[in-house]
Design a protein around this ligand. Structure first.
Ligand SMILES: C[S@@+](CC[C@H](N)C(=O)[O-])C[C@H]1O[C@@H](n2cnc3c(N)ncnc32)[C@H](O)[C@@H]1O
Length: 212
């Protein structure tokens, strides 16, 4: 199924996310920080093994940055524009993007995801995640926080917007680069992609991604 859920991520980056989630070992766990309407969530979900769980964290808060006035969004959303309008109207009515998230993903996917409505710092972490996709707050401190909170010696960390609108995301780029040194990871950014990956230098992901 084509991913028509409104959002900013490119098809290429969504494909990369899907491929990586399909590589997660049986019975492991995936975490997404920052879901918005579920564009990346769906790509993480659709090719994962059935035994692999997917958890998401988002405040789903309607704010100046993520407002429901989609026709006048300062930023361009990819995906289905009609669905974007429906999702924003519903979310405005319910005063949370969570309603739009549910609409876009559909009942089946929605009920199979572990949803946490909070900030990443409020989230009560009780287990490790094999793959973590970080696309919540993009300022330096929040990205550092999210990496520090969810990194393990062997898990794969991925995030969006490395190099997108360079000046705007310098804090994010700085945080990722700093973490590359701090955690002795391989930092990979593929061509025509805004994704960053911090690949561990030991364990499953080192072998699985050695072709890169
Ligand atoms: C760039 S959007 C995510 C886009 C999404 N990955 C997609 O594919 O469309 C960032 C999201 O992160 C959420 N967010 C921002 N700061 C956050 C934080 N500190 N903790 C949790 N969620 C946060 C926002 O509510 C927003 O929905």
């Amino acid at each position: 199924m084509i991913n028509n859920i409104p959002g900013w991520m490119t098809s290429r980056d969504l494909d990369i996310l899907s491929k990586l989630s399909s590589l997660c070992p049986e019975n492991s766990s995936i975490l997404e920080v920052g879901s918005f309407l579920g564009r990346s969530t769906y790509s993480l979900y659709k090719n994962k093994k059935d035994s692999v769980s997917l958890s998401v964290i988002d405040t789903f808060e309607i704010s100046n940055t993520y407002n429901t006035d989609v026709e006048n969004f300062k930023y361009k959303l990819d995906g289905d524009p009609t669905l974007a309008l429906e999702a924003s109207a519903l979310s405005e009515k319910e005063n949370s993007w969570l309603s739009g998230f549910k609409l876009c993903l559909g009942e089946d996917v929605y009920t199979n995801i572990n949803i946490n409505v909070c900030t990443s710092s409020q989230y009560n972490k009780t287990k490790d995640f094999e793959l973590v996709f970080i696309d919540g707050g993009h300022d330096r401190d929040t990205v550092l926080h999210d990496i520090d909170k969810f990194v393990t010696p062997t898990n794969l960390l991925i995030g969006d917007d490395f190099g997108a609108q360079y000046m705007k995301y310098m804090g994010l780029i700085d945080a990722v680069s700093y973490s590359k040194i701090k955690y002795n990871r391989t930092l990979v950014c593929l061509d025509n992609s805004r994704l960053w990956m911090l690949i561990p230098n030991t364990g499953y992901w080192k072998e699985a991604l050695s072709v890169l």
